[in-house]
Design a protein around this ligand. Structure first.
Ligand code: PGU
Length: 446
């Protein structure tokens, strides 16, 4: 009893403190991690990972001190001067946002900026879309195209009975990683025919017919990456019929709306034809390329459903996918995109700037083709003219690519893809020299 007087308690505390000091002095408390045990990192076993096949090209490019180097790896638009481009409409939208003192930095809802979602669905499906009018479309803001695909994958893994996705061969390499990590295994379907450097339409149709009923099918909405080969409208019709007859679920990856033809509506044709038949589909949209908002990470995932009631339930479940992944998306890119999409004048100016980017890419195709012809480079290079969108799938093999990088400081992905948007009138002769040399020099060795 007497032990609990305030004096005694103070004395006991002081003794504890002294004990602690003594213990430290005697070296019994030793700062971690030098305490007797081996000082190896708990991460010692970790292997150096390889660079990303696409983004790693930029890493290698940045390290090269050569003044003649050209980066044709990443699909990012460059001006004639080889500089990244910030669209005028984006600058204007940002100025408006900056001047608007009602803007704050609050959290966005889990599904993002509502106005942005509404306008994104309209952009891809059309302002008069019946599905939108019937409230059958649910749209969530996403971390650009990649984020939209990832959220879509996890949603399918959780809620769709046939979580397997068929992807074209070849396809954007990240598809093969995003879907399995999101819980949806990937299977291939024939797409590109190296012999014709065009679409293997029959191979594709046969594979889709052989794929299970209900399988998910990944389709590049336009400007197929990496091949630049798209089905014709007639072929899309054939593809649509097979997919619908087998009750398969189309998942459109739409990263290049406006870049293929220069027209937003023309490039939305395939998606709209699938929505017009009343069936369901998923659509991943990106504003990286068509608004040049690469680093803002702004995109959207839309799921077109049979009824408004289903769409509303789907929306509620998408929130449960997003909340534990990143809680809610960043506001800035969505506000820029919504300002442009929602303003008649900015929208009109955007279409002009977008067309100018698409036209410059097309003119690069002609210039490269003409320059190779003028050099007398062996081979048929008409695919440079025929393929569309940001990329040309040259047909050059990995040894030829490595030769061009080593000898000419031209950086591109090993599959022989070049980003036409990275070329300029100044750099085309250099690229043509490199292609000419590699075709002449290494011919017969591959
Ligand atoms: N889908 C396709 C078909 C793409 O080509 C890309 C970008 C994306 C989605 C993802 O774009 P977001 O930036 O997430 O909206 N592909 C480019 C960019 C570099 C990369 O690999 O991410 C490319 O060079 O292939």
């Amino acid at each position: 009893m007497s032990g609990s007087t305030p004096e005694r308690r103070m004395a006991t505390m002081a003794a504890h403190l002294r004990d602690g000091e003594e213990t430290a002095k005697e070296g019994l408390i030793v700062p971690w991690p030098t305490a007797g045990v081996a000082a190896a990192s708990v991460f010692e076993h970790i292997q150096q990972a390889p660079e990303d096949p696409i983004l790693g090209v930029t890493v290698a490019f940045n390290k090269d001190p050569s003044p003649m180097k050209v980066n044709l790896g990443v699909g990012a638009y460059r001006t004639e001067e080889g500089k990244p481009l910030v669209l005028n409409v984006v600058r204007q939208a940002e100025e408006r946002l900056l001047a608007d003192r009602t803007q704050n930095k609050e959290y966005q809802p889990i599904t993002g900026v509502a106005q942005f979602n509404k306008l994104s669905a309209q952009l891809i499906l059309g302002a008069n879309s019946v599905a939108i009018k019937e409230n059958r479309v649910t749209t969530v803001q996403a971390l650009s195209g990649t984020g939209a695909l990832r959220v879509g994958a996890e949603f399918l893994a959780k809620h769709y009975g046939k979580p397997v996705i068929y992807v074209p061969v070849p396809t954007w390499g990240n598809h093969n990683k995003i879907f399995p990590l999101g819980g949806v295994p990937v299977k291939p379907y024939h797409y590109y025919d190296p012999k014709t450097r065009g679409l293997d339409y029959q191979g594709m149709i046969d594979d889709l017919r052989a794929a299970p009923v209900g399988a998910v099918v990944l389709l590049h909405a336009c400007a197929h990456n990496p091949t630049g080969v798209d089905p014709t409208e007639e072929q899309w019709e054939g593809i649509r019929k097979v997919i619908r007859s087998k009750q398969q679920l189309p998942f459109f990856d739409c990263a290049y709306q406006g870049f293929a033809s220069g027209s937003l509506d023309t490039d939305a044709h395939a998606v709209r034809s699938f929505v017009a038949d009343g069936g369901e589909c998923l659509i991943a949209q990106s504003y990286a390329k068509n608004m040049g908002l690469y680093g803002e990470r702004i995109g959207a995932l839309s799921i077109v459903c049979r009824s408004a009631a289903v769409a509303s339930r789907v929306d509620s479940q998408l929130k449960l996918v997003i909340r534990p992944m990143y809680s809610s998306p960043p506001a800035h890119g969505a506000l820029i995109a919504a300002s442009i999409l929602g303003d008649r004048d900015l929208f009109a100016d955007w279409t002009v700037e977008l067309k100018a980017m698409a036209d410059r890419i097309i003119s690069m195709r002609h210039q490269l083709y003409d320059t190779l012809k003028a050099r007398g480079t062996p081979g048929d290079w008409t695919h440079i003219l025929k393929q569309i969108g940001m990329f040309t799938f040259t047909g050059l093999n990995p040894e030829q690519v490595q030769f061009m990088t080593r000898e000419y400081h031209i950086y591109m992905t090993l599959d022989g893809r070049i980003s036409m948007a990275g070329l300029s009138t100044k750099t085309i002769p250099h690229l043509a020299d490199a292609i000419n040399a590699t075709v002449l020099g290494l011919q017969g060795q591959s």
